[in-house]
Design a protein around this ligand. Structure first.
Ligand code: GLN
Length: 488
């Protein structure tokens, strides 16, 4: 098999061939590092460690040669740089952690290694996960591998780019408000945010703990389901992690949408400014494919409040209030004392805090720490944080009500396809584009994106499916069916 063929293989094909000894781990690694080097200008990786991968590869090959079956045998996996891998840097895209290399594996990484996967490198990201383009990285932006004038999305943009260019066959991202799903969609991939509590957050550097999950990324739904099977499971070191229901998820991969009840919120398509026609067309195509295959698809509207608004009006402000509040608390640990960047020029302790944080954090991170500290401070807490929590409850109630009548919600992932580099000059342009993805984080429900065509520039467009909490298995079935119908 040529390197080119290998780059197009699914993770399951690679694992199968390696388990059957028809392919060597070495050959797979040669192909992925070849692809990574060929497109080094994409800047998908913060660290790419061939020697580290070769050592793992040797161990995996030994296990295979000894007759062991490994579910992800020799599959090259890229890991977002806020997920700890023992001995490799974990910079979180920040100067603050530029020299930090953890001495332990995140629980998800530990499980990947046990399953025979090979960690090929750590991928670029918006600093601490804060952003939607991978432009907010201390290590420079990542470019879209199919059009280098554009961004791959974010904040897990490095993982998406690495996958799209064939430098890995699976990837892990983290999703606090859409950071797995949105870059997956921009790059023509499948990305999932599992139900909150399915995957351990142990070893994931926290941004907003009540919202985020590590999420699997791959080229097809089948790969993503298998990857989730490997990384999901309860873990005593993350008290919020209880594992998945209906596991193994990969057993639910049946192409059958007969009888599925699917809601398409019309408000997503008509009430928001700036929705690109290709995005709307993809959602409509998804709805049509489902109904042609026996699903009951209905266009619905979110309930109006007394002031005639829907929850769409308040979702983004609530998300940013809660996410920034949690971030301000989580990032307080980076003070130049315990670990992380320490400024050399400080004369006393206070100055050391100020200079270390001032020099170590980028602008977006500082903005969020300021905002988060403000909304939590005495006198403002009731007006902002408490109100945002109320909105979060209302959103949960709205979706609970929808799930009484429907199994899945179909909608866009983002208002547009991949934007041009540096085209969104202000954060005020960027935050509203998270509107479709944040619901899954605010409610805990699982959501997945499936590629469904291209826009007028040939850029990939994806659609998003959401399901009620703990319905990850049936969500994967719906996504698998949609993917199959689209490729018929
Ligand atoms: N764009 C969102 C934010 O900046 C989501 C980021 C994420 O999911 N990590 O918060």
């Amino acid at each position: 098999m040529t390197d080119m063929d290998l780059l197009h293989c699914s993770a399951m094909e690679i694992a199968d061939k390696i388990n059957k000894k028809e392919l060597s781990v070495q050959a797979v690694l040669d192909a992925s590092y070849g692809a990574a080097e060929k497109q080094a200008d994409v800047n998908a990786f913060i660290s790419l460690d061939r020697a580290y991968a070769d050592r793992q590869g040797k161990l995996v090959q030994e296990r295979i040669d000894a007759g062991e079956f490994l579910p992800l045998a020799g599959v090259p996996v890229a890991i977002k740089d806020n997920i700890c891998v023992e001995g490799l840097p974990a910079t979180c895209g920040s100067r603050m952690l530029a020299d930090f290399a953890p001495c332990y594996d995140a629980e998800a990484v530990k499980r990947l290694k046990a399953a025979g996967a090979i960690i090929v490198g750590k991928t670029n990201m918006d600093e601490f996960g804060m952003g939607s383009t991978t432009e907010n990285s201390y290590f420079g932006p990542t470019l879209h591998p199919m059009d280098k004038t554009r961004v791959p999305g974010g904040s897990s943009g490095g993982s998406a780019a690495a996958l799209a260019m064939g430098a890995c066959t699976l990837a892990l991202g983290s999703d606090t408000g859409g950071s797995v799903r949105q870059p997956a969609s921009y790059c023509g991939l499948v990305g999932m945010k599992p139900t909150y509590g399915t995957v351990s957050r142990f070893g994931l550097v926290s941004y907003a703990s009540s919202l985020e999950q590590i999420g699997p990324m791959g080229k097809c739904v089948r790969d993503v389901a298998h990857l989730l099977d490997v990384i999901a499971g309860s873990d005593g070191r993350d008290v919020s992690c209880i594992g998945g229901r209906d596991m193994p998820f990969s057993e639910s991969l049946i192409r059958d949408a007969e009888g599925m009840r699917i809601a398409v919120p019309e408000d997503f398509l008509t009430d928001l400014p700036g929705v690109q026609p290709a995005v709307k067309a993809a959602v409509e195509r998804g709805a049509k494919l489902f109904s042609e295959h026996g699903a009951v698809v209905e266009y619905v509207r979110f309930p109006r409040m007394k002031n005639e608004e829907t929850i769409l009006r308040y979702a983004v402000p609530a998300y940013y209030t809660i996410a920034d509040a949690e971030a301000s608390s989580n990032l307080a640990r980076f003070d130049g004392v315990k670990y992380g960047y320490r400024s050399a020029g400080a004369g006393n302790l206070r100055e050391q805090y100020e200079k270390s944080r001032g020099e170590g954090f980028g602008d977006e991170v500082k903005r969020r720490i300021l905002l988060g500290t403000y909304v939590l401070s005495a006198g403002f807490y009731e007006d902002y944080y408490r109100q945002a929590s109320r909105v979060r409850r209302m959103i949960r109630d709205t979706f609970d009500e929808l799930f009484e009548h429907y199994d899945f919600i179909l909608g866009p992932v983002a208002p547009t396809t991949a934007p041009v580099l540096h085209s969104r000059s202000s954060f005020m342009d960027q935050y509203p584009a998270d509107i479709y993805t944040i619901f899954a984080n605010l409610t805990g429900m699982p959501a997945i994106t499936v590629p469904l065509g291209q826009d007028e520039n040939g850029l990939p467009v994806g659609v998003q499916l959401m399901a009620n909490v703990f319905c990850d298995a049936s969500l994967l079935q719906a996504a698998y069916s949609l993917e199959a119908y689209a490729n018929e």
